[in-house]
Design a protein around this ligand. Sequence first.
Ligand SMILES: NC(=O)c1ccc[n+]([C@@H]2O[C@H](COP(=O)([O-])OP(=O)(O)OC[C@H]3O[C@@H](n4cnc5c(N)ncnc54)[C@H](O)[C@@H]3O)[C@@H](O)[C@H]2O)c1
Length: 333
Amino acid sequence: MPDTLNIGLIGLGVMGQRMLARLKNHPRLRACWVWDARPEALSSTLQAYPELRAADSAEALIRQPGLAGLYIATPPAAHISLSHAAFDAGLAVFCEKPLTVDFAAARDCIARIEREKLRAAVNFSLASAPGLATLQRAFGAAAKHPLGTLEAVQIELGFAAWPRPWQAAAGAWLAERTEGGFSREVLSHFIFVLQRVLGPAQVLASQVDYPADGLSAETGLRAELRANGVPVQIEGRVSPEVGVPDRNRMHWRASEGEIELREWFGLSEQRRGGKSEPLGHVHGESDSLRSQAQADQLEQWVALIEGRSHALPGFAEALAVQETIEALLSAKA
Ligand SMILES: NC(=O)c1ccc[n+]([C@@H]2O[C@H](COP(=O)([O-])OP(=O)(O)OC[C@H]3O[C@@H](n4cnc5c(N)ncnc54)[C@H](O)[C@@H]3O)[C@@H](O)[C@H]2O)c1
């Protein structure tokens, strides 16, 4: 019977709670020690999961004997320093996106990971999505191009309000332009997919709408990019007119057909001209594809900890995503 892998979790807000729920019945990964800078987050977590143990500080958690890995679900500002502390203790790190907005610190950290051959990955939930695998088969570097030549990619995002209702309890950072906003929080997942399939994207033009208060995150973004020669269009907005809390769609148009990701894990594929060469992927409801992706993500995490090959994005890939996001947010139209 393979060993249990003990996990420490730092950051017990919205995402930390989601990960605790996912880990609850996993046969290998066992949430063990927890820490949050807010005492109330720590105590409510211990109430919900009495089997967990609370550390006295992040440093104390990281130094607990018997830990195999650290999961970091704080806001971005603490991601890099907590990762270094975990590496010092010999732990594998699974960190939430966005990696950071401090690029110099990220580059130092990536150099260390490469130099010391450390185990580190960032949680882009679409990394394990059947939709991404389908796109790679259709348009990735090794693809046989069953849908012909890729002509254009379109990303559309809409939110009735920001933050979304399920993240209403998150800290103020999420609604502020220094670290939060829908581009870093949501668009980053689709830029990850784009760049995993096509390689680095170049921002050609970007127009960002900000509220006049000088503090709040963007309410609109329209941009044009190019990735591996393919034009990419982005349109995102926060407006009550959107009518639903969270709408997203990523559309890939090719000469012989199209693939669409919708509402995160939803996937559909259409072939022009009635040809029936299958892509070999599942058509299905978003929910079952989501469950499949989440289960697979935990298996990838086990592989990361055990030093086996895995498909989770590393810190360098996550930084490349963030560089595109920050370029979008700072570019002039
Ligand atoms: N992968 C995904 O799909 C996904 C979804 C939502 C959020 N996220 C990411 O997860 C991270 C957390 O987001 P959230 O929505 O849970 O935020 P949140 O504000 O709800 O929770 C963050 C928690 O971290 C704690 N914290 C802050 N600084 C800390 C520190 N230095 N040490 C210990 N605890 C600290 C806060 O007290 C809070 O409880 C962000 O990076 C966010 O972008 C990822």
